[in-house]
Design a protein around this ligand. Structure first.
Ligand SMILES: NC(=O)c1ccc[n+]([C@@H]2O[C@H](COP(=O)([O-])OP(=O)(O)OC[C@H]3O[C@@H](n4cnc5c(N)ncnc54)[C@H](O)[C@@H]3O)[C@@H](O)[C@H]2O)c1
Length: 188
């Protein structure tokens, strides 16, 4: 998920820094994306100069500190509340530009992720759907303490990445998965 979000962000013109606890993961992600863009160029579906630009905007980060100047930090680690909470807790001291912190999640409570942080207003959620480049909807989830400006910023950025943002409340399964499950229930 981190790789594909890096893809749409780089394609949207952002300078993207990729960080992972496993150092080789970011290099692999960058190589996979470069190969994918090259393939599109070979097939005539992507301009060669655009592909050069996408690749140049994608850079691995060796440490979390390398992200300190980022305006937006998108977390896409494993779907575990304890891991996401601990990550956000440690991030809070690192970032100079007071970025928004969207968590990528399909089920965790954004309110719970932000609880205990000094700035829960900056924490919100993005819920993308696979395959992300083709599934153009993204839920922007506000926790109980999320600032309106955080959601506005993430909504605008989702549009910049070519997606259609929909505002979701911090309720179980948000909108799409909740509705999908209800529709899948057997009729009696
Ligand atoms: N895969 C999907 O289809 C999908 C769809 C919607 C939402 N999501 C959500 O996206 C998130 C990521 O899912 P995924 O399938 O990409 O998981 P994944 O396990 O494939 O990737 C998670 C990555 O996070 C890294 N990581 C773990 N702890 C870290 C830490 N503390 N700091 C930095 N990096 C760390 C891991 O090394 C791994 O590379 C989850 O919250 C998931 O629910 C996934």
């Amino acid at each position: 998920m981190g790789q594909v979000i890096a893809q749409i962000a780089a394609q949207a013109g952002s300078l993207v820094r990729l960080f992972d606890v496993h150092a080789d993961a970011t290099g692999k992600a960058g190589n996979a994306l470069a190969a994918q863009w090259d393939k599109l160029v070979d097939k005539g579906r992507l301009d060669r100069l655009l592909a050069v630009g996408h690749k140049a905007r994608l850079r691995p980060a060796a440490t979390l500190e390398d992200l300190a100047d980022c305006a937006l930090v998108i977390e896409a680690v494993v779907e575990r509340l304890d891991v996401k909470k601990s990550l956000f807790f440690h991030w809070r001291v690192l970032f100079r530009r007071k970025p928004c912190w969207p968590a990528i999640t399909s089920s965790l409570s954004i309110t719970a992720i932000g609880a205990g942080l000094k700035h829960p207003g900056r924490v919100a959620g993005y819920h993308f759907f696979n395959p992300v480049p083709l599934m153009k909807v993204v839920e922007v989830i506000a926790g109980l303490k999320t600032d309106a400006t955080t959601c506005i910023g993430l909504t605008e950025y989702a549009r910049q990445m070519g997606h259609t943002p929909v505002q979701a409340m911090d309720t179980p399964s948000f909108i799409v998965n909740h509705a999908g499950r209800a529709a899948a229930a057997p009729s009696v």
